[in-house]
Design a binder for this molecule. Structure first.
Ligand SMILES: [Zn+2]
Ligand SMILES: [Zn+2]
Length: 386
């Protein structure tokens, strides 16, 4: 079964919503206008319950089917990124320093399209909960909605997420069982030495020389501590120290991120990180202050639900257009919190040959809309016995 006819009919309307949201990007939890737009649309479709303010600014719409049954959750994200858009499109962001560079405008619009379809047809038993979350880009809005009791309140039994993927052709889907996105942990380290004259290093404890040793040795976590068949990335993204040619500073600071796909490797990486930093600092008489923050967990696709997602995607796109074992990505995704709370699966939908995610030239590809809407509808109807 190809794209649903009704989804194709909705194409123009959903495109209009998508471009409206794109023009008016909002960041993190401050998605008030987008959330109001979503709530207003859901009410206009005759969605039975529309609840705002979940996880601060999240929105959930509940669509009741023909008879009693389980509730399936479908989730989109609403927030934009702190970038200035250079796409030059007529619907480009009107706010310098804010833009939809991750396609959450498209995700929100496609889920609205599916909600309109499902509210119109109600060709299922049980309920569909359409979930619109704030603060995916680093604010853990998905976690906030889970902690706010969303799963219990709407009796959500399983939950699904979708993200566009530049480079994957439009009309294609990609997914895998198990880990599909990485855990994203962050660290900030201060090496406390003793400053002094650059020409008298023996009278100092040079935090720059020590910090450089540490940064180099952190790469041994991936190459010597972790199983070569398991993924771990340790990247130092900041290193700040000193401000003169002839002065060794007291302190040096660096910060960065650790990405892993497996809870054991995540624990190992954190343990080895702390050992390397404190050990090398101590061996040179310096102290190290370490802040290690665990952020988004691994986005882990459950086995049965991945099969359900595959079935819906194959039904829409054809088996040849569905990649069932895509390589995991080392980016993070806070849908992971919802997948830790309920079984479910996260799928990629092709965005075609566009600029990459988080790039100032990026734009969501409206040609993907009918595919995304059809996938949501097919998945919901399939899971709820249509
Ligand atoms: Zn993003
Ligand atoms: Zn995103």
């Amino acid at each position: 079964m190809p794209i649903l006819n009704r989804a194709a009919e909705l194409q123009d309307e959903v495109t209009e919503w998508r471009r409206h949201i794109h023009t008016h990007p909002e960041l993190l939890y401050a998605v008030e206008e987008t959330a109001a737009f979503v709530a207003e649309k859901l009410k206009s479709f005759g969605v039975d319950e529309v609840v705002t303010g979940i996880g601060r600014t999240g929105v959930v719409g509940l669509i009741r089917g023909r008879g009693p049954g389980r509730t399936v959750g479908l989730r989109a994200d609403m927030d934009a990124l702190p970038l200035t858009e250079i796409s030059g499109k007529p619907w480009a962001s009107l706010t310098p320093g804010k833009m939809h560079a991750c396609g959450h405008d498209g995700h929100t619009a496609m889920l609205l399209g599916a909600a309109k379809y499902l509210a119109e047809t109600r060709n299922f038993d049980g309920n569909v909960a359409v979930i619109f979350q704030p603060a995916e880009e680093g604010g853990a809005g998905g976690d906030a909605m889970v902690k706010d009791g969303m799963m219990e309140r709407f009796a959500i039994a399983e939950v699904y997420g979708m993200h566009n993927l530049p480079g994957l052709p439009v009309g294609q889907f990609a997914i895998r069982k198990g880990p599909i996105m990485a855990a994203t942990d962050e660290f900030t380290v201060t090496i406390k030495g003793r400053g002094g004259h650059a020409a008298l290093p023996h009278k100092t404890i040079d935090p720059i020389a020590i910090g450089a040793q540490i940064v180099t040795n952190l790469q041994l976590i991936a190459s010597r501590s972790a199983d070569p068949l398991k993924s771990v990335v340790v990247t130092v993204t900041k290193f700040n120290a000193g401000n003169a040619y002839n002065v060794i500073p007291d302190n040096a600071g660096f910060a960065g991120t650790v990405r892993t796909l497996d809870p054991e490797i995540r624990d190992l990486a954190e343990r080895r990180f702390k050992q390397i930093v404190t050990g090398i600092a101590a061996s040179h008489d310096a102290d190290a202050d370490i802040q290690f923050q665990r952020n988004y967990p691994v986005t882990f696709n459950h086995a049965d639900e991945t099969e359900h997602a595959l079935a819906a995607a194959r039904d829409i796109a054809g088996t040849a257009n569905v990649v069932a074992d895509v390589d995991p990505m080392m980016g993070g995704e806070d849908f992971s919190y919802m997948l830790n709370a309920r079984p479910g699966a996260f799928i990629f939908v092709g965005n075609g040959d566009t600029a990459g995610l988080h790039n100032a030239a990026y734009d969501f590809n409206d040609d993907a809309i009918a595919h995304g809407v059809s996938y949501w509808v097919r998945l919901a109807e399939q899971r709820l016995g249509a």
